[in-house]
Design a protein around this ligand. Sequence first.
Ligand code: GCO
Length: 475
Amino acid sequence: MSFDRLSRRQFGGIASWVALAQSTESAQVGDANPSQESRPPDWHSSFPSDFLWGTATSAYQIEGAVKEDGRGPSIWDRYAHTHGTISDHSNADTATDHYHLYREDVQLMKALGAKAYRFSIAWPRVFPEGAGTPKPKGLDFYDRLLDELLANGIEPFATLYHWDLPEALQARFGGWTSRDTSKAFADYAAHVATHLSDRVNHFFTINECSRHVHLGHGEGADAPGLKLSRSGQNQVRHNIALGHGLAVQAIRAHARAGTRVGPAENAVSCIPAVETPANIRAAEIATRELNAGYLTLMLEGKYTDAYLAQAGNDAPKYSAEDLRIISSPIDFVGLNVYTPDHYVVAADNERGFTLAPFPASFPHMKAGWLRPGPEAIYWVPRHVAKLWNVKSIYITENGTSGSDQPAADGTVYDVDRIMYLRNYLTQLQRATAHGVPVLGYFLWGLMDNFEWADGYEQRFGLYHVDFATKRRTPS
Ligand code: GCO
């Protein structure tokens, strides 16, 4: 496959990203003193010398080959083929054809200087019916991918579940409305850990529980396209968290000793509107409460009093054993950070905080939901580390879709994406300089891909993809 390296798009976008990352690595760092919280971010600062730079993708969004080697249908196959669900009426049947082009794609990562790659494993390839007998060829693709990554000095980080639930489980059990799916997830995790932990040392259990519940089971805007009641959503939220905990236990029991595991969550981001001590404390309180059904539950092993009071009779049904499983100790927390969900102000009310409304004039990137607020990538990991004494954090996703419009000279300069990344990476460096234990960063995404209900209309890739020819071009 040929790369159109310098025709319509210059290496500019890529080189800028890499140069940006390296400049913050190589420039002389001042004697960053984490205790000097008032210290302004020094643009000459650097990231830790062992900081890990990578890119991220997910199976359904890039692989294609949806019927190859015995893969069963997922809820996203069904949903994307349901009329009216995808903005451009597309689907990911072929996507970027990564399933066949993975060797070339590993070379794209290498060209970036990336040292790590976060991808997801398609449960329906391994267990086409979701449970029962695993497909012998189900892991063959991932075997090949892992060998190619390691041969090119790129460390694999594998997500077990990035929303592509086997459709058979949705049909048979009602998907995550049933604890049987949580148990099936643990069996799948055990199988994958047994066969891949010789080369995968870091597993993420579930990507973005919160979006999967809210959009997939509340708004009906993601697969499986359900609009459940509050109690139904609360029970799905609980069952997914239970699946996380059971998978952690399965990995502990079946993976090679020393294998590390944690979630990859888009924590509700609560940013102090002005960085006063009172607002910072209020943002911490808001972080704990607004993530009560996910990170707070996983890291504390209980629902907050406010969550249960607010849920009332709609609270999930659960046991003390569930809470023990859900809060199985983890080795790190993955955080997908894109945008400030809330600017928080301290308030003399029952909650202790007020969420400031966003004015219509607040800017957004090409994706309407993506309001740029780079300080989010400073405060979200800082809150998580402080609230729950988390010692290892990865930024498992950060990025933006770009204008992707060629200038008069035919070049796509991508200055919106470069602006976004430069500002977020500056704030991330501030976090590491202040002692926040962020060990690495995975840019979303390696290449343009199927952006869920936005189809191919939102392009997040560092590499542009021509979906007709599958040509990858540095953007
Ligand atoms: C998410 C998903 C990714 C998206 C990316 C851009 O965070 O929603 O993990 O699959 O494609 O975030 O929206």
